[in-house]
Design a protein around this ligand. Structure first.
Ligand code: KG4
Ligand code: ZN
Length: 334
């Protein structure tokens, strides 16, 4: 019999609901919160309140688009963490209430497992094992994925995430939040002629805080000599920053592929929408004989379909949460 799952994602500033049937996405609805642009970053209190407003209509639209009634649902999957506690609380509480009312099981999903499972939303789906670089506003990780939801963490960032490096640089340049897409667009018109240092970090781990500091000092120095430096060289600065972030990511991913001998290589998460990173992955794939995978844009950024896909595999294993479940802020607490 078919398994139909409603999934809820509310870990940061996007409220999302999706319906998944037997591992296929029937609907995936996301309500963004533009309000954070005013503040240059996500304000947790504002995000939680916006989730409260969005969650009921977003779930209704997801069910309607899928043509599924509440009574047809077999389980409710939700993001337990990592994320902002106030934001998670809205999704977790909604999921618990709905599961209780419908008397169906609850499935807790780790948001980072969700990002990896986004690769299974559409064909071509990677075979196991594969390497996955997860790059988002909050995380930068390389996993060896052995089976659905079975992954080994090979490396991660020791400080800022790759998305944060884009967003914080964008703030220095006066770009709107989130700055990643703006830097991407501007970089296409520029040349990477400013050299920023590459961090010396062992193994497959990453660090981006030094890059942010060096960009800050570089800009302060240039602005002292020419107050219009940013305005006059914006595209080249963006191209240089993007080039450096992409090379930091690709170096570690290439090393992991070389050392493990794995030739199926994927990138997921919000930053996988970056055109420079996509091109670099494709080029590395051609050079090293990898098959590469990147989810469609709607499955790269935060979305509930990826949570529902992870939830589906947990459903098959009979891994359910109880009504006492509470959200968690950090990855290692899951
Ligand atoms: O996965 P996501 O939607 O949310 C988190 O779980 O964090 O990722 C959001 C991040 C932001 O930092 C945003 O600037 C970045 O993804 N991003 C991009 C691009 N599109 C989104 N960064 C670089 N280039 C892009 N095209
Ligand atoms: Zn995310």
């Amino acid at each position: 019999m078919a398994v139909t799952i409603l999934a809820i994602e509310s870990s940061c500033d996007d409220t999302s609901a999706a319906v998944i049937r037997d591992g296929e996405v029937l609907s995936n609805v996301v309500a963004n919160q533009d309000v954070h642009k005013l503040y240059g970053g996500v304000v947790p209190e504002v995000a939680s309140r916006a989730h409260q407003v969005h969650i009921v209509p977003v779930v209704d639209v997801a069910l309607r688009k899928a043509g599924v009634s509440r009574e047809e649902l077999d389980a409710v999957a939700f993001t337990r963490g990592p994320g902002l506690i106030g934001s998670l609380m809205v999704g977790v509480t909604f999921a618990k209430s709905l599961a209780l009312a419908l008397d169906i099981p609850l499935i807790e999903v780790n948001h980072m497992d969700g990002h990896v499972m986004a690769l299974f939303a559409e064909a071509p789906r990677p075979p196991f094992p594969f390497l996955c670089l997860t790059v988002s506003g909050g995380h930068t990780m390389i996993h060896k994925v052995n089976a659905p939801l079975e992954m080994e963490l090979l490396g991660q960032t020791l400080d800022d995430a790759a998305g944060e490096a884009f967003d914080k640089t964008g703030k220095l340049l006066g770009l709107d939040y989130p700055a990643g897409p703006h830097i991407d667009r501007l970089a296409r018109q520029g040349t990477p002629r400013f050299a920023f240092p590459k961090p010396e970090i062992a193994g497959y781990d990453f660090s981006f805080s030094g890059l942010k500091t060096s960009i800050l000092y570089f800009l302060q120095n240039q602005l002292r000599q020419n107050p219009d430096f940013i305005k006059e060289h914006l595209a080249d600065i963006c191209a240089s920053v993007q080039d450096r972030i992409v090379s930091i990511l690709m170096d570690k991913l290439t090393r992991a592929a070389h050392d493990t001998g794995i030739r199926h290589v994927a990138i997921v998460g919000g930053v996988s929408a970056n055109s420079g990173l996509r091109q670099a992955l494709e080029a590395a794939g051609k050079r090293h004989g990898w098959t590469t995978y990147v989810p469609a844009f709607q499955y790269c950024t935060d979305n509930a379909a990826m949570i529902g896909l992870a939830g589906y595999y947990k459903y098959l294993k009979g891994e359910f949460a109880d009504q006492e479940v509470t959200p968690v802020a950090r990855y290692h607490q899951m």
